[in-house]
Design a protein around this ligand. Sequence first.
Ligand code: SF4
Ligand code: MG
Length: 333
Amino acid sequence: DNVLLEVRNLKKHYEISQGIFKKSLIVRAVDDISFNVLKGETFALVGESGCGKSTTGKTILRLTDPTDGQVVFDGDDIANLPYNEMRSLRKRMQMIFQDPYASLNPKKTVQQILMEPLRVHKQFDAKDRHQKILNILDIVGLSEEHLERYPHEFSGGQRQRIGIAKAVILQPDFIVADEPVSALDVSVQSQVINLMLDLQKEFGLTYLFISHDLSVIEHMTDRVAVMYLGEIVEVAETEELFANPKHPYTQALISAVPISHPAEERERIILEGDVPSPVNPPPGCSFHTRCPFAMEVCRESAPQPTTFADGHTANCHLYTKKEEETKHVIINS
Ligand code: SF4
Ligand code: MG
């Protein structure tokens, strides 16, 4: 079986209170999503900020509890596992953060930072731990001379290398990388991406790669799920998604990516309006308030996935509408 992670009908809703009367509202941060991540692949979650990508990543690692649904990792349903049984799985699942500065303890040296996971998970004896740390530093492009330094003494790129070293030192199978290069200078981004790709080959890692940056996604990932307002609206292999986007939201996102071949000039699709609040998402297709192709049916019923070639699916009425519905006028013009 080639599936490492299976996410089924995952929901993360939480309550906030608003206004002087502290009215309680439900935020539908992740609203019934399903997808599989295959062993050894890089699977991307892409979408605008606030669409639920980070919450999905954290819920999968059980850094926050899901409201409903299953997260099956190598046969175990993490979403419903008692906490004490999570421990051995924690070793196998790690996270790389956008801002390594926030995730690295500023009062600890690199040596202490990298020692901690080895200690917590009781890996190796003292001498071997030191060797393991030197080893991993070398792999991420740092060295022994960095051992006694503190996070603030490093550049952003170097700090992310430390964050990556911390994530891979236990030789995990699966890593959630949440915007791992978004805070870095463009010149440093590709170095860090190449490091992540090298590590993937060397350790057989599987990545869930969360990003709003389609250029990075195109370069780095094997398959993509596009998220909008807590839902997945399209899934495809990366190349297929960029060549043949089906969902109008995906088409708009991709139309905004600068293209390397000017001959393939494409029309930029500008979306009107803001992303609606996840407190009260629009009924029907949640994209209908901004979709250039929205029809009456889109206001009323949520589109189910239509399957195109090779695991390419999109949820959009343009592909499901019946003959009589084709008469429906576009409502956002
Ligand atoms: Fe647009 Fe309707 Fe398709 Fe939603 S279902 S993306 S509103 S055409
Ligand atoms: Mg985020």
